[in-house]
Write a protein that binds this ligand. Sequence first.
Ligand code: HEM
Length: 209
Amino acid sequence: MNNWLSARAAKPLVFVLAWLPFFWLAGRTLTDQLGPNPAEALVRSSGDWALRFLCLVLAVTPLRVSLGLSNLARLRRMLGLWVFFYASLHFLAYAWLDKGLELPDIARDIAKRPFILVGFVSWVLLLLLAATSWNGAVLWLGALYWRRLHRAVYLIAGLAILHFFWMRAAKNNLTEVAVYAAVLGMLLAWRVRRAWQVRIRGAPSSPGA
Ligand code: HEM
């Protein structure tokens, strides 16, 4: 991106691209093309997009370091906010279309179904990270504490996979879960290896780190 696409051009481009799943879903909803169970299709598609954006956020640093694309770092906060956007759309679709926005019903479901509880905890953590994603929050919390707090993204990834696994295990359909778990596992393994290298050598081995 340093050469073929400037950071200035990349941000608006990613912003426009990130809206596409939303407009695609809105278009299919308005034209009644979501299949026999539109509520289920909306809940599932928005959950899928939240997980896809989560994979993209976690891929930013490995790609930046491995390919020397330092400008990619500027996209991380925006991509993180898109994870929150699609996860909130997913929660809203569930709360509205599945539960008719009945808060006691939603609270009972969260308490009763472990897979819903795990999804809810990961959404609350996403809310915390989104609320502290602005520059002022780094000053307010202190850089060290802010960095520690934002490491919760790995916990969110683990909980999102557990949520997905739990839901699909009941339906005996785990192929997609395995693909996402493998992608997130590789991205996490890259981080662990890099942290280990930094500890041994005292500095990151790759350019741009
Ligand atoms: C308040 C939080 C959440 C609630 C209440 C919730 C609820 C649900 C429900 C009801 C389903 C569909 C179950 C079915 O059709 O049988 C689902 C599926 C899913 N959720 Fe969540 N979820 C939450 C948070 C999240 C988050 C934060 C993520 C990802 C970052 C996520 C990712 C997914 C995925 C990938 C699926 C499966 C979609 C598919 O089958 O293709 N969910 N969730």
